[in-house]
Design a protein around this ligand. Structure first.
Ligand SMILES: C[S@@+](CC[C@H](N)C(=O)[O-])C[C@H]1O[C@@H](n2cnc3c(N)ncnc32)[C@H](O)[C@@H]1O
Ligand SMILES: [Zn+2]
Length: 279
């Protein structure tokens, strides 16, 4: 079996899209680093972790810590989101039949998109970006010849213009002009946002206010993209006490003032599908 570092090198040898986050020149693999022609240098750690940001200091979030990401991974692996994955695979199959370049914005520790990639028939090159070092450290266990997770800012994505077929954003922040810059004309942008009943039982149990930003999300998307399709994923599942604990602790809204553990949980998500046509 290859070491994480060897996997990283294999991916980076195949890559043709990475650019320097400072000067935007192409990045070339040289020994243990990615280097641009202006000699900006980004080292690849033994674990394959590479930080592609334009400034040296990234403020780590205190809320998004290792424990949160671990609980997140454990919950996500229980497949409560299977309908979402099937819908995304359906969209991909509708649009693509050849090899695709995928960018995942705010990929976190990687479990959601790994569940999707496991169902994908198309061959791909996948670039996951998150500015949390802790998350990318965990995600790097999924690094392979065709997948790589980078510490990077979604506001300055280190990928060249008009090169991406599919951009996925699952419940993460995004930057509209960066998405327009990256996406090919015939590319697809999939944005997943919480619906108003998303995890409503958890919100009620922990006394957290309900989510009511779905209209705002849609209005913002419409300003910049052509929303070609919208799909509502709405399901209610029985939930065990242990899974509910994971869910609580994977949430940045977590607090320990839970009065009563619910028996069911609602997954309410809006999936927006947009094409690369520039508005
Ligand atoms: C709610 S989580 C969703 C993560 C993942 N897509 C998922 O569904 O499991 C939001 C993620 O966005 C990341 N994030 C927030 N702002 C970011 C930025 N400016 N650049 C890169 N990642 C960012 C956080 O570190 C976090 O991992
Ligand atoms: Zn440079």
């Amino acid at each position: 079996m290859l070491s994480k570092f060897e996997y990283s090198k294999n991916f980076l040898k195949n890559d043709d899209l990475l650019i320097c986050p400072i000067c935007k020149e192409k990045l070339i693999l040289m020994d243990h680093s990615l280097v641009c022609k202006n000699k900006h240098t980004y080292d690849i750690s033994k674990k394959g972790i590479t930080t592609l940001v334009s400034h040296s200091h990234i403020k780590e979030s205190k809320i998004y810590n290792y424990e949160l990401f671990l609980n997140r991974r454990n919950f996500i692996q229980k497949m409560y989101y299977k309908d979402l994955y099937d819908e995304i695979i359906h969209i991909i199959n509708e649009h693509f039949n050849n090899k695709i370049n995928i960018v995942d914005l705010g990929c976190s520790e990687g479990a959601h998109t790994m569940n999707i990639l496991n169902l994908l028939e198309q061959t791909y090159m996948y670039y996951g970006f998150d500015y949390s070092k802790v998350a990318i450290d965990m995600a790097s266990c999924y690094n392979s010849d065709v997948r790589f997770y980078f510490v990077a800012d979604v506001n300055n994505v280190p990928i060249k213009d008009n090169s991406i077929d599919l951009i996925i954003d699952l419940l993460s922040p995004y930057n509209q002009s960066e998405i327009k810059r990256l996406l090919k004309n015939n590319g697809v942008f999939i944005k997943v946002a919480p619906g108003k009943d998303y995890l409503k039982e958890m919100r009620a149990a922990a006394n957290i206010s309900t989510y009511d930003k779905d209209e705002e999300v849609e209005q913002n998307l419409n300003k910049n993209f052509k929303v070609v399709k919208k799909k509502h994923i709405l399901n209610t599942f029985p939930i065990t006490k242990d899974d509910f604990k994971l869910l609580l602790k994977m949430s940045p809204m977590y607090n320990d003032k839970v009065f009563k553990v619910p028996k069911i949980i609602t997954i309410d998500l809006m999936v927006y599908i947009m094409n690369g046509e520039k508005l």
